[in-house]
Design a protein around this ligand. Sequence first.
Ligand SMILES: C[S@@+](CC[C@H](N)C(=O)[O-])C[C@H]1O[C@@H](n2cnc3c(N)ncnc32)[C@H](O)[C@@H]1O
Length: 257
Amino acid sequence: MSTEIFCGYGPVDAYLADGFERVPGMSSRFSAAICARVLRRQAEAGFKGPVVEIGTFEGRFLVAMALALEPGERAYGFDTFDWPDEQVEERFLANCRANGVGPERVAAVRRDSRNIAPIELRNATDGKPVRFLHIDGDHSPETVASDLALAQSVLSPQGVIAIDDVLHPEFPFLVVAVHQHLRAHPDMRLMCVIDREDIVAAAKFLLCRADAVALYEQDLMTRFAAYHYIMGGDALGHLCVVLTPKPRIFRLERARE
Ligand SMILES: C[S@@+](CC[C@H](N)C(=O)[O-])C[C@H]1O[C@@H](n2cnc3c(N)ncnc32)[C@H](O)[C@@H]1O
């Protein structure tokens, strides 16, 4: 049973309440609500641009992102669309339609992310800098490193890169690629850790440029106060926001009882 969390934006919340669980997929409702809030925060601040997901599957997460868009904006689902069968792209588009997301707001792009050049991604997304890019394709450290480099090259100044399954026990070294990326891009910060709901719906990391952190961090801590782990996260010399379905702090007194 997933956390009853909402992002505060009607169209997304209606999908989270009734629709999200019916779309097969691996992303958590918890992370979808928080990422949709990030998109709304950008929209409220006047920052526009496309949304991209690498690894779309049947669209569980991307539908939520598409519903958070402003008129005229589009979400692009990049996937090889060959797993577990060749009909997965049709099911993705049917799930979009069933949840009120038409072709004017979403597009399926059948590609292997490892072979996409930045210029191709830019052309496929109308040449505009991307304001939110979710990395959820092949989880090997090598592919995540390559997806991160691609994401970085198309990101808008206030853009956010979300990386799925960073602390998933099945992918213990995925985090190494994230660490190396942050070391190679000192202007980037780990802005928020979104904790897991369970072993399938695992944690996401949100990265953005250092000068964009202020746009999001207080908003996330306030909006999701019930889920805010107030100790924060040690993020390479900075503190990042940590949001978790059940925040609690270890208390020594209790441990001694
Ligand atoms: C974990 S699923 C994605 C879950 C989805 N984001 C959701 O919300 O449920 C991973 C997807 O990544 C796709 N994928 C794996 N390797 C890929 C690659 N190199 N390029 C593009 N997509 C890839 C798979 O086909 C699969 O649909």
